[in-house]
Design a protein around this ligand. Structure first.
Ligand code: M6R
Length: 613
């Protein structure tokens, strides 16, 4: 949570920082602030609200014609302390010597505060961050700041990405990372730092991803890296292939809508990178130790939020194809409480769009401590998860800016499906018939998604018709249960409407009591072996006067009389239906949210990347 941008160079820092904050606003948007360094002063400007308002305030400020050559900015997602200007970052030490901003949570902040207050330091805010700022002011006595930085990092528990300006150290920015992401870059005449690589792509694609326990000193001449013990570190940059245009809204009103439309291209890329016409081909992209898959008896898929629903989909597929494996999917924040097993008969697959989700990272570290073999699927090369696991696969969705995940979900499901087939093939548990059937099915998904996207106007009309529902129930069976969860999550996230997801058979065990004419049921009823059972469940809902929207297969006209409205999608292999079914559900949520006037790309209370546990 929270977006950070820092700059030191020869140009006006103001625009670089505001531009970087605007690109990372989806990380947090309660308040925003920036600190600009002039020859003999640091100006700190903060507001409650969006980066656009900060920009107006900065542009209206008179710096007497002076141009700042360095500075830093922050967009906040509040953890400690309410949303107000005082609690907004950057924070300034009581002696005015240190200006600091932070992403993360300092767990021993209270202890530090009590101690410093006893020594007479006056705190201005309620934040945990200010404790780090005031402590650094105590530890720094002039000259090289590295000793004070190492003592600061040693004294803190919890998670932090810091960016720091020191009043008597012009031309320098200090950074430190433990637990929260920070990426650093140098492009000749300037150095930059940000929470998210997308903020740096306008300047360079050569990025230094800071490791756990690292400090960096940025100047216009370059970046120096140190461990928390002060020892210098050599670092290799990573080239990120993303194009800055990919992180641009183009002619779209919202990133989410653009990202929904990008799915056919994203899936084509993802599928073609790992398959042949009729077979999986991960030889080059995934190198596992020989014999590993024959030793494995347990496979665990672990993730949060939408990525967890992708995990559930993969878990269903694997289990349906191999009954000798013990396969399960876990929410990352709960994985730690389970006895997950130990040793090299267990394979854990961690899925995270950002590769920075704190719960998923903790789960992956727990798995490592138990000797479990680990694979990751992430969308961000160089992210912490990408770097920490034994094998990492990229989902090739390109930057996703909308807080609600869309294209990264389908990219994850496609890549996970291919991975499942590859793992089973290595185990000798995949028939050539299933392989050819599913690979053929996967390769036809992008074209079928295009056909669904062309039905957008119909889905929009439905969304407008149902936007005044008091809530939604999504029901489905087997591989479509994760799809109901994802459909419901999209509506919760961006439309703020109560929406529940149930395995259809469960409805009559309680939830059906809630149904009436204002609670809409969205039933997933593809033409498969479960169609009749699903239709019986729909009839039960209809008998309770609930309006019904069906998601059905093209040509299945028989369902028209059963639902109030039907969204049709092309036929596909039953296991792959979620890759098609999710597209109309994304569009439906988008149009409902738009009808209700919601802030679609930055829904209230959320942040794109959840870097606190
Ligand atoms: O970056 P990750 O995939 O690890 O993020 C996990 C969840 O926070 C994320 O999927 C969240 O649920 C999205 N906002 C869903 O749209």
């Amino acid at each position: 949570m929270c977006g950070i941008m820092g700059y030191v160079g020869k140009n006006d820092a103001t625009q670089v920082i505001l531009n970087g904050l605007a690109k990372q606003e989806y990380r947090g948007y309660d308040s925003a602030g920036l600190a600009l360094r002039f020859d003999d002063s640091i100006k700190n400007i903060k507001i409650v609200g969006r980066v656009s308002e900060l920009k107006k305030l900065v542009e209206a400020s008179d710096f007497g014609g002076a141009v700042p050559a360095s500075g830093m900015g922050h967009t906040r997602w509040a953890t400690h302390g309410g949303v107000n200007v005082t609690n907004a970052h950057p924070h300034e030490s009581a002696d005015g010597n240190i200006v600091l901003l932070h992403n993360g949570i300092i767990e021993n902040a209270r202890e530090i505060r009590v101690k410093l207050e006893a020594e007479g330091v006056v705190f201005a805010s309620d934040t945990d961050t200010e404790s780090a700022c005031q402590l650094l002011a105590k530890l720094y006595h002039g000259g090289d700041a590295l000793p004070a930085m190492t003592k600061l990092c040693d004294s803190l528990t919890g998670a932090f990405a810091f960016v720091i300006l020191i009043r008597d150290r012009p031309g320098e920015i200090w950074c430190a990372r433990k637990g929260s992401p920070l990426v650093v870059a140098h492009d000749g005449g300037a150095s930059y730092c940000a929470s998210d690589p997308t903020a740096l792509l306008d300047y360079t694609h050569d990025l230094f991803f800071m490791e756990e326990g690292e400090i960096a000193r940025l100047t216009e001449d370059g970046c120096g890296f140190f461990g928390f013990d002060g020892s210098p570190r050599e670092k290799q940059s990573i080239f990120l292939q993303w194009d800055s245009v990919m992180a641009d809204k183009g002619h779209y009103e919202h990133f989410m809508r653009k990202e929904i439309d990008e799915q056919p291209d994203v899936l084509r890329l993802t599928i073609e990178a790992h398959t042949d016409i009729t077979s999986v081909d991960m030889e080059k992209t995934l190198k596992l130790p020989p014999g590993l898959m024959s030793r494995i008896s347990r496979v665990q898929f672990v993730a949060c939020g939408t990525s967890y629903y992708a995990a559930l989909t993969a878990c269903n597929l694997m289990e349906s194809l191999d009954d000798t494996l013990n396969v399960r999917a876990d929410v990352a924040s709960e994985y730690r409480y389970r006895n997950i097993g130990r040793g090299d008969d267990t394979l854990a697959i961690f899925i995270s769009q950002s590769g920075e989700t704190a719960d998923t990272l903790s789960a992956a570290r727990i798995a490592k401590s138990k000797g479990v073999h680990r694979i990751a699927i992430t969308n961000v090369r160089g992210s912490t998860l990408d770097r920490e696991v034994d094998h990492s696969l990229l989902s090739l969705a390109g930057p996703e800016i909308g807080v609600a995940a869309t294209k990264t979900f389908t990219a994850q499901v496609a890549l996970l499906s291919i991975l499942v087939l590859q793992l089973l093939k290595l185990r000798g548990a995949l028939s050539t018939t299933d392989e050819a059937r599913l690979i053929g099915g996967l390769r036809s998904i992008p074209t079928k998604q295009q056909a669904i996207l062309a039905r957008d106007l119909d889905i929009k009309a439905l969304a407008e018709k149902y936007a005044d529902s008091k809530g939604f129930f999504f029901i489905g069976r087997r591989e479509n249960v994760p799809l109901t969860l994802e459909g419901a999550l999209k509506l919760k996230e961006i439309a703020y409407l109560p929406s529940e997801a149930y395995a259809a058979g469960e409805m009559k065990h309680g939830p059906i009591a809630m149904l009436d004419e204002k609670l809409t049921v969205v039933a997933i009823v593809p033409q498969n072996d479960l169609r009749e059972k699903m239709l019986s469940n729909v009839a039960e809902c209809r008998a309770r006067n609930a309006p019904i929207i069906l998601l059905a297969t093209d040509g299945d006209d028989g369902v028209k009389a059963i639902g109030n409205d039907v969204i049709f999608v092309p036929a596909t292999e039953k296991e792959l239906f979620p890759l098609l079914g999710v597209v109309p559900l994304q569009l439906f949520a988008y149009h409902v949210a738009k009808t209700l006037g919601r802030d679609i790309d930055m829904p209230r209370n959320l942040a794109k990347s959840v870097t606190v546990e």
